[in-house]
Design a protein around this ligand. Structure first.
Ligand SMILES: [Cu+2]
Length: 274
């Protein structure tokens, strides 16, 4: 087992650019916990001895005196406020809220359902076709793609098969059709709940090629155990080839009709690129 900062953490191998930071942070927290555990353990044993019944036949009803405990508590609160405001919030803003440039990233929609992962690439035009829950048909159109939307003609959809190029940020818009699922890629150090009615963007950069499982990390129903996808990280050339092989075999999208129909159907907020 590989150690992280000297601790046998038992992490799976890491294949993403941010994974090392997460692993080290987790190891640092464990070191702190170890120090606290030993410190409090020693204090506990000290108290057992110091306040033993034989030496203290009568309980002290006054308790601790002096300002130490008050100042100590205030100090702890202050340190925690500093950690939250100066460290946690800025790191969250930079690492989680700030998404990579769309033109530099591979954009994919991942729509979870009982019990599969629907994968949706925007295709060559980089625009996701319109989807509508009313158009969903099990088997033939699990994503509810609108066949009349020209932007959707070149879209690539798969079930349980996600491909990503190496070294390029993957920007994933995660949603769910039914219940709460959780998109879990252990070696990418990615885990995010997929929540019906929400589109949650997540991103990471794969730094190793290989093939791994997409696991569902929420107990989402009877067949949760088999809600298992697969993703492949490959070179840009292999990825492009895969995209080509899977592109719909149709003529280039025709010019949209003059009086384009989409205006007639009020789109109920397609969960495409936010
Ligand atoms: Cu699930």
């Amino acid at each position: 087992m590989e150690n992280t900062l000297g601790l046998p953490m038992g992490f799976p191998p890491n294949a993403s650019s941010h994974g090392v930071q997460l692993d080290e942070l987790t190891a640092i927290v464990h070191w702190f916990m170890l120090v606290l555990f030993v410190g409090w353990g020693i204090f506990f044993v000290y108290c057992l001895f110091r306040f033993r019944r034989k030496a203290n036949p009568v309980a002290s009803y006054a308790g601790a005196k002096g300002g130490f405990s008050t100042y100590g508590e205030a100090g702890v609160v202050l340190v925690e406020v500093i950690l939250l405001v100066l460290f946690a919030v800025p790191i969250w803003a930079r690492r989680v809220n700030a998404l990579p440039d769309k033109s530099q990233a591979v954009q994919v929609r991942v729509v979870a359902e009982q019990f599969a992962w629907n994968i949706h690439y925007p295709g060559r035009d980089g625009v996701f076709g319109r989807t509508d829950s009313k158009l969903v048909t099990a088997g033939t159109n699990p994503l509810g793609l609108d066949p009349n939307d020209p932007a959707g003609k070149d879209d690539i959809t798969t079930i349980n098969q996600l491909h990503l190029p190496l070294g390029k940020p993957a920007l994933i818009y995660l949603s769910s059709k039914d219940v709460i699922h959780s998109f879990y890629l252990p070696v990418m150090r990615v885990k995010q709940d997929a929540i019906p009615g929400q589109v949650i963007p997540i991103w990471f950069k794969p730094i190793k090629t290989g093939q791994w499982d997409i696991a569902c990390a929420q107990l989402c129903g009877l067949s949760h155990y088999r809600m298992r996808g697969s993703y492949t990280v490959e070179s840009q050339a292999d990825f492009d080839k895969w995209m080509n092989d899977n592109a719909p075999k149709v003529a280039p999208a025709p010019e949209p009709a003059p009086a384009a129909a989409p205006a007639a159907t009020p789109a109920p907020a397609a969960p495409a690129a936010p």
